[in-house]
Design a protein around this ligand. Sequence first.
Ligand SMILES: Nc1ncnc2c1ncn2[C@@H]1O[C@H](COP(=O)(O)OP(=O)(O)OP(=O)(O)O)[C@@H](O)[C@H]1O
Ligand SMILES: [Mg+2]
Length: 405
Amino acid sequence: MDVLFLSPNYPPEMPQFTRGLAEVGARVYGVGDTPKEALDPIARAHMHDYLQVRSLMDEADVMERCTRWMRGRSVDRVLCSWEPLVLLAARLRERWGVPGMSLDQVNGFRDKQIMKERVAAAGLRVPHSARVRSGREAWEAAERIGFPLIIKPIAGAGSADTFRVDSAKAMDDALVRLARVPEAIVEEFIEGEEYTYDTICINGKPVYENVVQYMPRPLIMRTQEWISPIQLTVRDLERQDVRPGIELGRSVLTALGMGTGYTHMEWYLTRSGEAIFGEIACRNGGACLVDQMNFTSDIDLYREWARASCWDHFEAVSPRLYNVACIFKRAQGRGRIQRIDGKEAFFQKYGNHIVRDALLPVGAMRRDWTQTLLSDGYLLLRHPDWNEALKMAQAAAQDVQLTAQ
Ligand SMILES: Nc1ncnc2c1ncn2[C@@H]1O[C@H](COP(=O)(O)OP(=O)(O)OP(=O)(O)O)[C@@H](O)[C@H]1O
Ligand SMILES: [Mg+2]
């Protein structure tokens, strides 16, 4: 089993996926733009060979170099679980005749308007929306859809350039800020709470499922620095409030013709209990989501993704034991972390439930919270009872405070 794996080094989950691939018996050919010497040791240790390209974002160049590199060899899989490269992986598969999801299938998970049209065509509830390529088209869509609305890039990530628009004035401002985005989408604004529906699928069938609640909604947490965002896995997937989202998610996978690999869907839960489709990607959720899912059931989904991808097989037994919370922290002030208040008391009280402390240490430079949800580090904790897990997560959000100077 020879696997070409795009970006084995970044984002931080990828070295673990590289390990997973090697552990299920694949020979991993990694392709990235990191120099060999600077690779994560876990990625390096589990690759058979590595090709450094100039830039992973230069699709034509990467296709050419990979084709030259692989000449005379055959690959059984071309895999990638990082959003900006999922289309490139599909292009390579099509060019080389390697099994896996086609460009058209993957596009349904990448282009926010195409995905919504396909999901809506299956009779599922999506926000009303329109693809727009100019200010005039955006205004036409706004008149049809009405305020409040959302305007965002057609292939966005991390809530970048995503605006809630409540008035004509706000619309003008948003259009100025989106001037450099060639294609945007205008959407009906959905009030509600936000959840994910995550899976590992084999030939479109989920062999693993997960739900996470975001607190607060991503657009708010991504734009307000003082907030400590929380994401919490839902241990009990039989819970009545999340069932509609799971049912919706399963139908979406069918509507989009999912193949094999991870999916990460976001959905809205309205006050009336309705689940409305948000967006979906054919890769794992970022930040700490895979670790959170692993800690929910004490399993290794890095390896199981690899097993599913290579051998169409999923081996983990995944009893849902815990609600796992990730609390991302942002320091007050600029520069280096100078103090961490409340951490000791928090650990004394809840130490048994903390499964990872990844807060930046005193002396470390702050990270750019607008660029990474990981911000100035995070805590992972877990509890079998939802309310207890939530209470601890909120305590971590409020009582642990980092200060920088
Ligand atoms: N139609 C909508 N109604 C209400 N809120 C929305 C809508 N569209 C987007 N949002 C808000 O903006 C956030 C980002 O939008 P979306 O998830 O589509 O983009 P993204 O940048 O790809 O996200 P990610 O951060 O998951 O990469 C959503 O999580 C939600 O909080
Ligand atoms: Mg999103």
